[in-house]
Every structure is written in structure tokens, then in C-alpha cells.
Design a protein around this ligand. Structure first.
Ligand SMILES: [Ca+2]
Ligand SMILES: [Ca+2]
Length: 202
């Protein structure tokens, strides 16, 4: 994934070489869609010195950010960023005696505010974080941001989503819609109108 997206894959856990032989154990891939490949394939190896590890990767376009943490959770948080490079390789000198996880990601380009679009706009490591739903315009509803799209959270009072279409929000006013009078699908018989949510004589 290119552009401003925090694109993280090739996450590999490795035991610091002073303790055991290098063991690349797990590769993670997350991004806008968890599990989706982002085009970066990273490998990790011991050396060149006995205390160093070398990361190599292919795919995507620089600049890249390098992350290191002793836990896979939150690996790509900015606090774990150890370097930025335009190369496709990085030699790291990790502290001794721990298991480390590495990630290489396409560098995030900050473009706040955070909006609901599947992109980490403010580069805080959280895609579509709290507040991103404020960018949504979902008619007659309080919006939520889900999987990068604006969706209906709750309909406003007296409005309903009768067609299941998130894009037009809660499109029916059930107080006055004779095809959805009081609730979706409640149709007034011919000659009646819908008034205050009840079918009534005109
Ligand atoms: Ca976003
Ligand atoms: Ca709808």
C-alpha cells in the first residue's frame, strides 16, 4: 500500500542474538484491512556482527519506517519507531537478552484530521481513530466509522433505515410515510394517510 497509509507487514519476531540463535518465528501483516498484504516482504538474519541483526525487505516504495518492540501488540506505535530509511535494508543493534519484534512500514505522511477513510491520517498508528466519524454525513443518524466507511450508528428519533442502504442513512420519517407508518413496512390501507406514526383518515 502506498501513499499516506501506514502499511505494515513483514513483522517478524526474533530473539536477540546474544541469547540464542536467530529465530524468525512469526510474520504478521496488518494494515487498513487486517491480514491484507501490503506488498512488503521482510526477512531477518543474524549479523553482520554477533550482536546485530539485519532486516531486508522488498516491495512498496520508500521512505520506510523501522519499528522494534518486545511485544507484537502496538508494534507500530510511534514510540517503537527506531529509524527511517530510504534503503531496503537496515542493520539493528538490539538490546541483549530479549525477544524482539520488528516491523517495516511505508512511512506515514501526516494529513490530519483523522477522517473515516481507512487511512491513518494523523499518523498516530490508529486507523480511523475516535473522532473520525465526525467526518461522516449520514442523514438523520449518528454515524459510526466501520472498516473505513461511514455507517449508521443510531437513527434520529422518528427516522428509520428501511432500505438497508447505509449511504442514505435513515431515509424514512415514520411519522408521515404511509408506506412505513410508525415502523418500516407498515403500509396504510388505501384512502388512509400516515399522521404522527398512525394510519388515519385524511
Ligand atoms: Ca482515517
Ligand atoms: Ca438507508
Amino acid at each position: 500500500m502506498l501513499g499516506g497509509m501506514l502499511s505494515t507487514s513483514g513483522r517478524v519476531g526474533v530473539t536477540a542474538p546474544r541469547i540464542t540463535l536467530l529465530s524468525a518465528v512469526v510474520a504478521y501483516s496488518i494494515g487498513a484491512t487486517p491480514g491484507a498484504p501490503d506488498g512488503i516482504n521482510m526477512s531477518i538474519s543474524a549479523g553482520p556482527s554477533t550482536t546485530e541483526v539485519t532486516l531486508d525487505w522488498t516491495g512498496a516504495a520508500p521512505p520506510f519506517q523501522i519499528f522494534r518492540s518486545d511485544a507484537p501488540q502496538g508494534l507500530t506505535h510511534e514510540n517503537n519507531r527506531i529509524a527511517e530509511t530510504t534503503e531496503f535494508s537496515w542493520i539493528d543493534l538490539p538490546p541483549a537478552g530479549d525477544l524482539f519484534f520488528y516491523a517495516v512500514a511505508v512511512a506515514c505522511v501526516p494529513n490530519p484530521p483523522e477522517v473515516c477513510d481507512g487511512v491513518d491520517n494523523d499518523c498516530d498508528g490508529i486507523i480511523d481513530g475516535p473522532g473520525s466519524e465526525l467526518s461522516c454525513d449520514v442523514p438523520h443518524a449518528s454515524p459510526v466509522c466501520f472498516n473505513g466507511t461511514c455507517q449508521i450508528g443510531n437513527c434520529d428519533a422518528d427516522w428509520s433505515d428501511c432500505d438497508g442502504d447505509q449511504a442514505n442513512g435513515c431515509e424514512v420519517n415514520t411519522l408521515f410515510d404511509r408506506n412505513n407508518c410508525g415502523a418500516c413496512g407498515l403500509v396504510c390501507i388505501p384512502g388512509y394517510i400516515c399522521f404522527s406514526g398512525s394510519c388515519d383518515i385524511p
